[in-house]
Design a binder for this molecule. Structure first.
Ligand code: A2P
Length: 329
C-alpha cells in the first residue's frame, strides 16, 4: 500500500506514523506531507528517514490512502484533490464530519458501511470516539434517550502549541499561548471556539457526531467540555438515560465484551480509569459504573482514552486497515 500522511510533523501525524509502524501496516511507499515551511525536513518511520514533501508532489504520486491531520482548512482544500486522483482520504479534521455525503467512521461500530465509492472518510472528534465505542453496545440493548456529558480533556488535543504552552508554564519560560489563559493548575471550560448558542464547537461535536455515528437523531445530548492540564488522554463523566431499564450486572457484561473496551471498576481496590494509565493504549477504559439513584433507567459512567491514539491516530489507522483488508482501495 502507498500511503501519504498529511500533517506528518504534527502531534497526531507523528502518532499516526508510530501506530502504522506498531501495527505493521503493509506500506510499500510512505509520503509524509506538511506545510511549505517543513518541506525537506525529515521524519522517521520504521527506523528510516523520509523527507517531507509538498501536497502537490504527494497528489502526483497518487497514493492509495492519505491520512490527513493538518486542520480543517487544509482538508477542505486538499482532500478533494487527492480524491480526484483516486486516493481515499481518511480525514481527522472536522471539515467533512457532518457532510451528509461523507461517512463518519468508528470501525467497531460502522466500518461495514464503507464502500469503494467513499473517497473522503471522516474520523470523528476524539471525545466522541471514546464515548461511542463504550455506548454503542448499550444503546443497542437499552436505547439511549438522553446523555449529559462533562469532559476533562488533555491539552494534546490542541496540538504542539498547547504542549509547548504547558511546558513553558511549568519551567517558568515565556512563549506563545495556545489558550487565552494559563492552563497549568487550571481548567478552562472552553474547548474549541464558542458558537452562537453558547456552547463550544467541541460540545456541539459531541452532540452532532454521536447521533450521526449511532444513526439516531432522537438521542438528546448535552455537554460541557473542559480543558485540564493533563497529557495522557481525555476523561468523560457521562450520565445516560435509557428508554428501558437495565441490570447493572448485564451492563458490566456488555461493556466487558464490547470490542475495544476495557472495564476498570472495583471500588474495593480503588480501580477506575485514569488518563495517566490510558496513555499510549489503544483501548477505551470504562469505570465508576453505577445506577443514577436520582432518575429512573439512568446510568453513570467514567470513560477514559488516549485522545491521540483511539481518539485520532489509531482510529484513522484502523479505518485504513479495514479499507486494505476489504480491498476498498
Ligand atoms: P507544519 O509542521 O509544517 O506546520 P499540530 O496540530 O500538532 O500543530 O500539527 C499540525 C500539522 O498540520 C503539522 O504537521 C503541520 O505542518 C500541518 N499543516 C498545517 N498547515 C498545513 C498546510 N497548509 N498544508 C499542509 N500541512 C499543514
Amino acid at each position: 500500500m502507498r500511503i501519504a500522511v498529511v500533517g506528518a510533523t504534527g502531534l497526531v501525524g507523528q502518532k499516526i506514523l508510530e501506530v502504522l509502524e506498531e501495527r505493521n501496516f503493509q506500506i510499500s511507499e510512505l509520503y509524509p506531507v506538511a506545510s511549505e515551511r517543513s518541506i525537506g525536513k525529515e521524519v522517521v518511520f520504521n527506523g528510516k528517514k523520509y523527507k517531507v514533501i509538498s501536497m502537490t508532489d504527494a497528489i502526483n504520486l497518487k497514493p492509495q490512502i492519505a491520512i490527513f491531520s493538518a486542520g480543517g482548512d487544509t482538508s477542505l482544500k486538499w482532500a478533494p484533490e487527492f480524491a480526484k486522483v483516486g486516493t481515499t482520504v481518511v480525514d481527522n479534521s472536522s471539515a467533512w464530519r457532518m457532510d451528509k455525503d461523507k461517512k463518519l467512521v468508528v470501525p467497531e461500530i460502522n466500518a461495514v458501511d464503507l464502500t469503494k465509492e467513499d473517497k473522503i472518510i471522516a474520523n470523528p472528534n476524539c471525545s466522541t470516539i471514546q464515548l461511542v465505542v463504550a455506548l454503542a453496545p448499550l444503546h443497542k440493548r437499552y436505547k439511549m434517550e438522553r446523555l449529559v456529558i462533562s469532559t476533562y480533556q488533555s491539552i494534546t488535543g490542541t496540538g504542539v502549541k498547547a504542549v509547548t504552552q504547558l511546558e513553558n508554564e511549568r519551567s517558568g519560560k515565556k512563549g506563545e499561548m495556545a489558550y487565552p489563559y494559563e492552563i497549568d493548575k487550571n481548567c478552562l471550560p472552553h474547548c474549541d471556539v464558542f458558537t452562537d448558542n453558547g456552547y463550544t464547537k467541541e460540545e456541539m461535536k459531541l452532540s452532532n457526531e454521536t447521533k450521526k455515528i449511532l444513526k439516531d437523531d432522537s438521542i438528546r445530548v448535552t455537554a460541557t467540555a473542559v480543558r485540564v492540564p493533563v497529557v495522557g488522554g481525555h476523561s468523560e463523566s457521562v450520565n445516560i438515560e435509557f428508554a428501558n431499564d437495565f441490570d447493572l450486572a448485564e451492563v458490566r457484561k456488555i461493556l466487558s465484551e464490547a470490542e475495544g473496551v476495557i472495564v476498570q471498576d472495583n471500588m474495593e481496590t480503588n480501580e477506575y480509569p485514569m488518563p495517566k494509565y490510558a496513555h499510549e493504549k489503544d483501548e477505551v477504559f470504562v469505570g465508576r459504573i453505577r445506577r443514577d439513584f436520582s432518575n429512573p433507567n439512568t446510568l453513570n459512567l467514567w470513560i477514559v482514552s488516549d485522545n491521540l491514539r483511539k481518539g485520532a491516530a489509531t482510529n484513522a489507522v484502523q479505518i485504513a486497515e479495514f479499507l486494505a483488508k476489504n480491498k476498498l482501495v
